[in-house]
Design a protein around this ligand. Structure first.
Ligand SMILES: [Zn+2]
Length: 116
């Protein structure tokens, strides 16, 4: 069974939608992608204000993390909460690695769904 969105070839994940469309509906009540540009500008500003002490390199890692979460329609805040240590510190490298592995997993599962 295919996702009920027109021209979407992905397999059903829940309620007749594929994972990407289901997550979008759940998160912002629409199957349309948010305008990525504006949303990302705001997130970049927020990231910079949250972590003013970060090096440019670490900030870039954090930014990679945000971009991957956006692409996969994953809740980036939840992952941050789940990976913050009891003392409040957070490994940005770890976030980036988690995002990269989720990205790889998604690509592999989508390739399987399309029987490539
Ligand atoms: Zn779909």
């Amino acid at each position: 069974m295919k996702c009920k969105v027109e021209n979407c070839e992905n397999k059903i994940f829940a309620k007749d939608y594929c994972m990407a469309h289901y997550n979008r509906l759940r998160r912002h009540n629409s199957i349309e992608k948010l305008k990525a540009g504006r949303k990302r500008d705001l997130k970049r500003q927020a990231a910079l204000s949250f972590f003013p002490e970060l090096s440019e390199r670490t900030l870039q890692k954090f930014w990679n993390y945000i971009k991957i979460c956006d692409t996969l329609d994953i809740d980036e805040v939840k992952i941050i909460k789940n990976n913050t240590r009891p003392n409040g510190s957070l490994s940005i490298s770890r976030l980036e690695n988690i995002a990269k592995s989720m990205f790889a997993t998604r690509i592999i599962s989508e390739a399987k769904n399309k029987d490539i």
